[in-house]
Design a protein around this ligand. Structure first.
Ligand SMILES: [Zn+2]
Length: 235
């Protein structure tokens, strides 16, 4: 399978589904990790351009640790907007390039707008990507409306998983992927007062205990028409 994971910011995928992405890679699937924004508004010490460069390098390193392909859309933090036509075209192109059999993206009820707008953008644009007359530079149109699984919200608040993936074997890879985002570990400590690695480990452990393994990640399938399937798509 080809798996396309789309997160709002560099580090979201690592926090919310990094263990599952690592499992996909280990089981021989191709994974594209795409973050939508440049991560250019979260720093007390760097300029926007500086922090965007740093975070790009960190995201590339995390993708290498996972064994995934890296992609970004270059949006600005806080300006993700599902109604923006140029952003829609960017996501259509992303889907046409990645040709996914499965898409993982944010849950629509997460803690900040960029995450929720990405959920909507990916939902709409993975459909538009299949329309031959939605013309962009990328050809051809994608062959089918791709199943979507929503990843957790941050700390799992307001999110009730219906499917679990055992990430006991990949939790240390997930930690290494997240630790590649060095600038974020500092930013989230100083801005939000959290040790994001510890927080991620705790959530993964919590999900693990919910389904009888050491560490897990939770998901909810998007069950609209054309997206439902009888096959288990998650590892
Ligand atoms: Zn985020």
């Amino acid at each position: 399978m080809r798996v396309l994971a789309v997160g709002a910011h560099p580090d979201d995928l690592e926090i919310l589904c990094g263990g599952t992405l690592a499992r996909f890679v280990q089981e021989g699937h191709e994974v594209v990790m795409c973050h939508a924004t440049r991560g250019d508004r979260g720093s007390f010490v760097h300029s926007s351009e500086e922090i965007a460069r740093i975070r790009d390098a960190e995201a590339r390193r995390a993708a290498v640790i996972c064994g995934a392909e890296y992609a970004t859309l270059g949006f600005t933090d806080g300006e993700v907007n599902a109604a923006d036509l140029s952003q829609q075209r960017a996501v259509v192109d992303l889907v046409r390039d990645a040709r996914p059999d499965l898409i993982l993206t944010h849950s629509p009820g997460d803690y900040m707008g960029d995450h929720n707008e990405i959920a909507r953008l990916v939902f709409e644009c993975s459909f538009y990507a299949t329309l031959p007359l939605y013309e962009t530079d990328r050809r051809p149109h994608h062959s089918s409306v791709t199943p979507i699984y929503h990843i957790e919200t941050i700390m799992g608040l307001g999110f009730q998983p219906t499917e679990f993936v055992d990430i006991t074997a990949t939790i240390e890879t997930k930690v290494a992927m997240l630790e590649a985002h060095e600038s974020q570990l500092t930013w989230l400590r100083d801005h939000d007062g959290v040790d994001i690695v510890e927080q991620m480990r705790t959530t993964s452990r919590f999900r693990g205990q919910q389904c009888g393994v050491a560490y897990a990640e939770g998901f909810v399938p998007c069950l609209t028409w054309l997206r439902a399937t009888t096959r288990r798509l998650l590892p």
